[in-house]
Write a protein that binds this ligand. Structure first.
Ligand code: NDP
Length: 288
């Protein structure tokens, strides 16, 4: 194995500590805590774990956490009424509705109801548009976490060839936008891409966000490339990524493991977005 293993856990811990200190500063200036509201519908075990760890991390950062647990049979109107009340609540800087929602609820109707200026997940079309046009908004947490890891590893990304595998609204597309913003030459690959192996082989940066265990093979990777594995796949062997880790690690320059790579960054960036929102709403400058 030759690649540097990118330690997302350590990077996330450092970011969370930085946010905790900045939160202290915000509380001293604004006289209130930044607040994050998380809405969970039903009792899906994976979603419940995510919501619990988000709540814990929010409190550990010195922020206020508002958890709203609704029964699985809540009506869409009731859920939207809750979103409206959180939009109007001065103590709430960020609103997150944990997905997926039950089938009888239109996810789009709910997520687009969130005030874009409290949409710390960055999923609202207004924030997607802001990202695409270079305006200040909220960037989806997972891709932003990937950019932070890449910049920490490589410094300036200007001019590098980047391939993003996956074009979802929550990972692939915003990832491509962020790499473009860093002046990479960006290719977005997906299920219809021809000869994915050779597309990947020309990349200095490979971001895999597919959801297929070990799909990206070691021999596809250009020697020395940086590989970011966003995939979280539950298999009989436990959690694995979208990249054949052992194969890729023998050729790559640096690679994120699964678990312990991109995953831990996501919640840290969610806290960062909440803190940024609190600063904006209080009219206090945010010092990165
Ligand atoms: P989606 O299922 O929404 O998107 C998957 C993308 O992969 C699609 O664009 C699809 O192409 C593409 N794809 C599927 N099969 C292939 C293939 N054989 N070759 C090339 N491209 C393919 O997934 P998400 O973007 O939501 O998530 C991707 C992965 O990231 C998942 O494993 C998920 O669990 C993980 N994830 C991890 C997070 C974290 O915190 N670390 C957060 C969010 C997601 P097409 O559009 O053509 O169908």
């Amino acid at each position: 194995m030759s690649a540097t293993i990118i330690d997302g856990k350590a990077a996330a811990a450092a970011l969370r500590e930085r946010i905790r200190l900045q939160t202290e500063g915000f509380v001293a200036r604004a006289g209130r805590k930044p607040g994050l509201a998380v809405v969970l519908v039903g009792e899906d075990p994976a979603s419940s774990v995510y919501v619990r760890s988000k709540g814990k991390a929010t409190i550990a950062a010195g922020m206020a956490s508002f958890e709203h647990k609704l029964p699985i049979d809540v009506s869409q109107d009731e859920l939207i009424a809750l979103v409206d009340s959180l939009n109007a609540d001065e103590a709430v800087d960020g609103i997150l509705v944990q997905l997926p929602l039950p089938k009888h609820i239109d996810e789009q109707a709910v997520t687009t109801r969130i005030d874009p200026d409290k949409d710390v997940d960055g999923f609202h079309p207004v924030n997607a548009g802001r990202l695409a046009t270079g305006l200040n908004g909220f960037v989806p947490c997972t891709p932003y976490g990937c950019i932070m890891l890449l910049k920490e590893q490589l410094g300036d990304l200007t001019g590098l060839d980047a391939v993003v595998i996956g074009r979802s609204n929550i990972v692939g597309k915003p990832m491509a936008q962020l790499l473009l913003k860093e002046s990479c030459t960006v290719t977005v690959a997906h299920s219809r891409t021809r000869d994915l192996a050779s597309v990947v082989h020309r990349a200095d940066i490979v971001v895999a966000a597919v959801g297929v265990p070990h799909m990206v093979k070691g021999e596809w990777i250009k020697p020395g490339a940086t590989v970011i594995d966003v995939g979280i796949n539950r298999t009989e062997d436990g959690l694995v990524g979208d990249v054949d880790f052992a194969g890729a690690a023998s050729v790559a320059g640096a690679i994120t493991p699964v678990p312990g790579g991109v995953g831990p960054m996501t919640i840290a960036v969610l806290l960062r977005n909440t803190l940024i929102s609190a600063h904006r709403r209080a009219g206090v400058a945010y010092d990165k």
